[in-house]
Design a protein around this ligand. Structure first.
Ligand code: ASP
Ligand code: MG
Length: 391
């Protein structure tokens, strides 16, 4: 094998003991591949800690300064891992995102990679060095440091795989692959050997924190498969790849971190006002789902993590409204082609009906059935899993 990219997440590099495990893993893969490029995340909860410290200094720190600050986390890991690999007798060099040639747009805290100039990396690889790249960062046109958004090191790794035309890209973490449901919730959940990019995208969008969304998009665009594996186990792993056709349920995701906002006003809501509400939320970078108006009510869904921000925006601007929030659960049943006929949907409705679970809304895409319910116990999800997912 010529080139491999290996990415290690924050919990895999959290301390010196774990860094030693990672270094040994890198070395064992270096014995198989000529060129090894490693991408690392910040250690443990470093990024959260840095955000907290910045917010102690200012309630709204400048995004440019946040990028400057947060990018240091990954640099610490990269240099430590290089120090360790060198000591173990495997010449390595750490590179920041910009030293690795990663150029982005200027959207601080969620920049997109525009191009990667691989000259420096090629030079180091020619010297036989293992390269350790600080993930999640780049440089914009004006040479400002940028970051790619939380979890962005996965995206760095897959982008490097594309730029370097690497044979494989492993995303190592503390889980041994992608599961048919959250194994902490559903004991019969099984690890998938393969999942398609589209399905993986739906699983990630449904709220399962497995891979950074954008790395899946890059993998799909350039048809580069990604292997999600455990840092600490040799066996297992899931390949995320192009799949021609299948029509089975791959995964069920329960996401209860959603809130429905109901805004009610005496009298009618003007069309202009309706748009204003929407625009106000968008301008504040709130992800809004299912925005709709019915008579004197406006209704939409947001993520629970954005609840406080949304509340502040609405309460400061829309005094004439009565604002209510309701928690609900989103069930996502993922599998390419499962909505082509009504078989799966029928089975789902049958089970929910039997268990007297009230459905608020159903939404279908090519690879997903999304159902909103008020609440659902884990044993009902387990029954869905048992009926819908093949052993
Ligand atoms: N350190 C960053 C974060 O915690 C990026 C990453 O881990 O991929 O979000
Ligand atoms: Mg991550």
């Amino acid at each position: 094998m010529n080139t491999v990219v290996l990415k290690f997440g924050g919990s895999s590099v959290a301390d010196n003991i774990k860094l030693n495990v990672v270094a040994d893993k890198v070395i064992s893969l270096k014995k198989e591949a000529k060129n090894v490029v490693v991408v690392v995340s910040a250690q443990g909860k470093t990024t959260n800690q840095l955000i907290k410290e910045a917010q102690e200094l200012s309630a709204i720190p400048e995004e440019r300064e946040m990028d400057m600050l947060l990018s240091t986390g990954e640099q610490i890991t990269a240099s430590k891992l290089s120090i360790l690999l060198n000591r173990k007798g495997y010449p390595a060099i750490s590179l920041t995102g910009w030293q690795a040639g990663i150029r982005t747009n200027s959207i601080h805290t969620s920049a997109k990679i525009e191009r990667i100039c691989i000259d420096r990396m090629e030079k180091e690889l020619e010297k036989g060095k293992i390269i350790v790249v600080a993930g999640f960062q780049g440089l914009d046109e004006q040479e400002n440091i940028t970051t790619l958004g939380r979890g962005g090191s996965d995206t760095t790794a897959v982008a490097l795989q594309v730029a370097l035309k690497a044979d494989k890209c492993y995303i190592f973490s503390d889980v041994d692959g992608i599961y048919s449901a959250d194994p902490n919730m559903i004991t019969m959940a099984k690890r998938l050997d393969e999942i398609s990019f589209d399905e993986m995208q739906e699983v990630a969008d449904s709220g399962a924190k497995v891979l950074h969304n954008r790395c899946i998009q890059i993998g799909k665009k350039f048809d580069c498969s990604i292997i999600a594996k455990s840092t600490f186990l040799n066996e297992g792993g899931t390949k995320i790849c192009q799949q021609i056709e299948s029509s089975e349920v791959k995964s069920i995701v329960k996401n209860d971190k959603l809130v429905m906002i109901l805004m009610e006003k005496e009298g009618n809501i003007e069309e202009g006002e309706f748009y204003n509400i929407y625009q106000n939320l968008l301008q504040n970078n709130i992800i809004v789902e299912a925005f709709q108006k019915q008579g004197n009510q406006v209704q939409f869904r947001i993520k629970e993590t954005e609840q406080n921000k949304v509340q502040e925006i609405l309460e400061s601007k829309y005094l004439t409204y009565q604002i209510q929030q309701k928690n609900f659960v989103k069930l996502s049943i993922v599998g390419y082609g499962i909505t082509q006929d009504n078989q799966v949907l029928n089975q789902v409705i049958e089970i929910l009906k039997k268990r007297k679970i009230e459905i608020i809304d159903i939404y279908l895409t090519q690879s997903k059935i999304e159902i909103l319910v008020k609440e659902i116990e884990n044993d009902s999800v387990a029954e869905l899993h048992q009926k819908l997912i093949k052993e």
